[in-house]
Design a protein around this ligand. Structure first.
Ligand code: FAD
Length: 396
């Protein structure tokens, strides 16, 4: 009998998982999403960068799946005629105190097998980005940009071509295990599956709770706000300009990124949101769930200074501009126009630590992706292959 697998979430990860399970196991897959289009949440609101794997601790799932994911995504985009451009990334040290961290980053990138990484001085970095300044930089020439929503749409077509279905406007409201099946209530219908894979991003905790497995970490939403460069200011940035990351946080700091549509975005910051889909300040609908997780308050206590700075930066454009001008001093306030942002689904542990690595739990008939933040879009095809490898084979 054909194995039936349900997937919650039609973001880039859920769709990649569905395609992989249909392709490699011959499973009959059904993807369920509450929205009316695929890739509406994190997949459709991010920096659009195909990360090369500079940052992640060697041996981590992120390091492994990012490197594998880049190769798979590049091939997938080539196969389907989807845009993919190696515009290159500069990670710039703006002061001498950042040099040791920059050198450590270059070392880590090499350990992760990132190709072409070079360490540049203040002059050499301007050959790559003529309007940028800094005391030194790491250059990753193969870091790329792609259109992740277009990849998600193509994956949905693949799923259909492989005999699966993507059911939109199907919010999952209840889950129970009965008679060797996982029963899912969605859009007033009960669907029975042999296995269920949860790739629900910002909705992960709610779906995990329905499945009776809240787990040891919780999603804390961090809003990432962006400005777009207006008019000819776009010409000040050729590719991707990043700060040296602060090792205490999984976020990469406000960066300047050229997008596949020609826009250049500045952002994202990282502001704790009080709603899972808290795209704007006014949304506070999940404050109780978010604030009653002990990890949230412990995290806030540990990082309150950064939190206050991020909130200030969110409210005061001048702060955002200052962050961008550290790397591209020619920018002025008139060059920055507020644009739509995204919300990161970032897992936080009970002790208040921000969970750095991808977390994928296999529990009986359920697979729960509990943490798939950046570089989750880059790594999506490799995450899918990893999941197909850890889901137990059907018993016949
Ligand atoms: C600001 C920002 C910048 C980023 N920059 C990058 C980058 O440059 N490069 C990179 O590789 N990654 C980046 N990321 C991370 C990347 O976007 C994510 O890792 C990736 O999109 C995760 O995909 P996903 O499918 O898990 O989640 P999502 O795309 O969020 O999909 C989850 C889906 O689950 C659905 N869902 C939730 N609950 C339910 C329910 N109860 N019933 C049915 N459906 C449900 C939602 O509607 C949604 O469609 C960034 C993220 C953000 C927010």
């Amino acid at each position: 009998m054909t194995e039936k697998i349900g997937i919650v979430g039609a973001g880039i990860v859920g769709l990649a998982v569905a395609r992989e399970l249909a392709r490699t196991r011959g499973a009959e897959v059904t993807v369920l999403d509450k929205e009316h289009q695929v890739g509406v949440h994190q997949t459709g609101h991010n920096s659009g960068v195909v990360h090369a794997g500079l940052y992640y601790p060697p041996g981590s799932l992120k390091a492994k799946l990012c490197r594998e994911g880049v190769a798979m995504l590049r091939a997938y985009c080539a196969e389907h005629g989807l845009p993919y451009r190696e515009v290159g990334k500069l990670v710039i040290a703006s002061g001498r105190h950042e040099r040791p961290r920059l050198a450590a980053l270059a070392e880590r990138a090499r350990e992760n097998g990132v190709p072409g990484v070079a360490e540049l001085d203040a002059l050499a970095l301007r050959e790559i980005e003529p309007h940028a300044v800094g005391v030194a930089a790491v250059h990753s020439p193969h870091t790329a940009i792609a259109d992740f929503p277009a990849v998600a749409r193509r994956l949905a077509l693949d799923v259909a071509e492989l005999g699966g279905s993507v059911r939109l406007a199907h919010p999952v409201r209840a889950i129970r295990e009965r008679g060797g099946k996982v029963e899912v209530l969605a859009a007033k219908r009960v669907l029975a599956f042999d296995r269920l894979v949860v790739c629900a991003g910002l909705g992960t905790d709610a779906v995990a709770a329905m499945a009776g497995d809240p787990g040891e970490v919780r999603i804390v939403p961090f809003r990432g706000e962006y400005y777009a460069l207006a008019g000819s200011a776009k010409d000040l940035v050729r590719g991707l300009i990043y700060p040296v990351p602060d090792p205490r946080y999984p976020f990469l700091g406000v960066h300047l990124t050229r997008h596949i549509d020609g826009e250049v975005l500045v952002g994202p910051n990282a502001v704790l949101a009080l709603a899972y889909e808290g795209y704007t300040w006014g949304r506070i609908g999940n404050a109780r769930q978010i604030l009653t997780w002990p990890g949230t308050l412990r995290m806030a206590r540990k990082h309150w200074r950064t939190g206050v700075k991020e909130v200030y930066g969110s409210l005061v454009k001048r702060e955002f501009l200052a962050a961008a001008r550290r790397y591209v001093p020619a920018l002025t306030a008139a060059d920055l126009e507020r644009t739509t942002g995204g919300v990161r689904a970032q897992a936080v542990a009970r002790d208040g630590s921000l969970v750095d690595d991808f977390v994928i739990d296999v529990r009986g008939r359920l697979v729960l992706v509990r943490n798939a933040p950046s570089p989750g879009a880059t790594s999506s095809l490799a995450i899918a292959r990893h999941i197909a490898g850890v889901v137990p084979a059907p018993t016949r």
